[in-house]
Design a protein around this ligand. Structure first.
Ligand code: PSU
Ligand code: MN
Length: 288
């Protein structure tokens, strides 16, 4: 591992619980290579045998992509997997937390968790982490399985600045538009770096959310994806799913209902976000 290349954290819940095998493994490898191609250092985060890690071997990526006993680890699960020496995949919340502990400022993911539709009591720990942990999180917005207006209100309440990268709209993961605004538009990595440094100079706690729309050629218009989302949400309610089960269930059902196209969109936006995050990390290193 080169010491002078700026690091970029990558999460592992998307590998173990967000994508099917073998696409999850090839995607994990591709994201690492994209980060490298911009002169940054990929640091995929996971917990292996109870040990928190940032930077994995290819065998370890393979394990996360194939093993069935890798637990989805949110903040409340950290002491359990550590004490029992279990394997865990980190969510956006726990990847941010780990990144900060390892001194990593930039993190690329697919979509963040948020406030679930019709379930004001199911609020992802990702939002609280953004409120308190100083990491730049590059995502494609949040999936429309969530209540996007409520998610943005929550971020506003907790002082999380939302950047639209090349857009004035908050992207909705599969779709480039949501009809909802962002706080500021940036068109270059240096602009994001300047806002991040300003936030730190002002002594403001928490992260910065950088929302990048899915590449045009991979986009699925909202009207096309919405029926699948509505059906999946109804099924989750009928099965009375709770807590950490909800998001993986919805992701899997929407992928089943919409087929290959949603998988391709998911992969395209993850690759794209890895490149944007790497460029922001390089810009931050340049400014010291
Ligand atoms: N959204 C996606 N794909 C994902 C996730 C969210 O489009 O893989 C994962 C991320 O790891 C995120 C987590 O942090 O789900 C949120 O889970 P929950 O809603 O249980 O907080
Ligand atoms: Mn939840």
């Amino acid at each position: 591992m080169s010491v002078n290349r700026p690091p970029v954290a990558l999460e592992s819940t998307v590998i173990s619980h967000g994508l099917p095998y073998p696409q999850n493994l090839s995607l994990a490898r591709e994201m690492e290579n994209i980060v490298r191609s911009y002169g940054a250092e990929p640091r995929t985060v996971a917990i292996l045998g109870g040990e928190l890690r940032a930077g994995l071997s290819d065998e370890e990526l393979h394990h996360l992509a194939t093993a069935s006993n890798v637990r989805k680890v949110s903040r409340r699960d950290l002491p359990i997997v550590a004490a029992r020496r279990l394997d865990g995949a980190t969510t956006v919340a726990t990847t941010m937390w780990a990144a900060h502990r390892f001194g990593i400022e930039v993190f690329a993911t697919g979509g963040i968790g948020g406030v679930h539709r019709g379930r004001g009591d199911d609020v992802s720990a990702d939002l609280q982490e953004l409120a308190q942990t100083p990491v730049v999180v590059v995502c494609a917005g949040a999936k429309a399985i969530l209540d996007l207006p409520a998610t943005l209100e929550y971020l506003e309440t907790f002082g999380v600045t939302v950047v639209g990268y090349g857009t004035e709209e908050f992207p909705a993961f599969y779709s480039r538009s949501s009809g909802l605004g962002v706080d500021v538009r940036c068109d270059a990595p240096e602009e994001v770096a300047a806002i991040w440094r300003a936030k730190q100079r002002l002594g403001l706690p928490g992260g910065l959310l950088v929302a990048v729309p899915v590449p045009v050629e991979a986009e699925i218009p909202a009207a096309e994806i919405e029926p699948a989302i509505e059906q999946a949400v109804k099924e989750a309610e009928a099965q009375r799913l709770r807590s950490a089960e909800v998001t993986p269930f919805l992701l899997k059902r929407i992928a089943e209902l919409t087929g290959e196209r949603s998988l391709q969109a998911n992969l395209a936006l993850l690759r794209n976000n890895a490149g944007v995050a790497a460029q922001i990390a390089v810009a931050l290193a340049g400014k010291g």
